[in-house]
Design a protein around this ligand. Sequence first.
Ligand code: GRF
Length: 208
Amino acid sequence: MTRVVVLLSGRGSNFKALLEADLPVTFTAAISNRPDAAGLEHARARGIPAIALDHKNFPSRAAFDETLINEIEKAGADLVVLAGYMRILTKPFVERYADRLINIHPSLLPMFPGLDTHAAALREGVKIHGCTVHFVTPQLDHGPIVIQAAVPVLADDTPATLAARVLAQEHRIYPQAVRWFAEGKLVISDGRVNVREDGVSQWVLSTP
Ligand code: GRF
């Protein structure tokens, strides 16, 4: 079984979607940098170790990430999943988990990296928006793309209505990405991800 540690900072709806997807993985821990993160409840409710590491108690980002690594290693992880983890990771952390660290971002990367992606999409007037699961590299919101889903942008959208439409797709594609990883179907080459489905190599784009 692929051992998965989830890192989160907030409500944890993507974590919940992963838990409910009946994936061929074992969740060995959920770790939050915010002790009050609601997402930790999803772990507690299922008897998965829920670990709160308050980043405010650490003198530096490096010290925090060292402790984070210790906790991940204690739990055991083949894959580290960022699910609304709102803290920039240090280079040593990213390098340690290279090719086994994935993130979900609420835009069609490389468009709209960073925060407030839905407001940015509305400001730019794009007609298609979406979400991306990607392997994490030291460059923020950048890295080999595993899967994307697109949604229409409607004339009367607000950041909140657009976010809700995108979030529904996040809950669909993140479990798919983790399933592929667990099944050994993701091959990274030249900074791109090849998905081996049924012996056939293919590029994958998912639309609703
Ligand atoms: C999601 O929109 C995700 O794409 C972004 O942070 C948000 C987390 O939501 N990285 P949740 O905590 O999974 O509900």
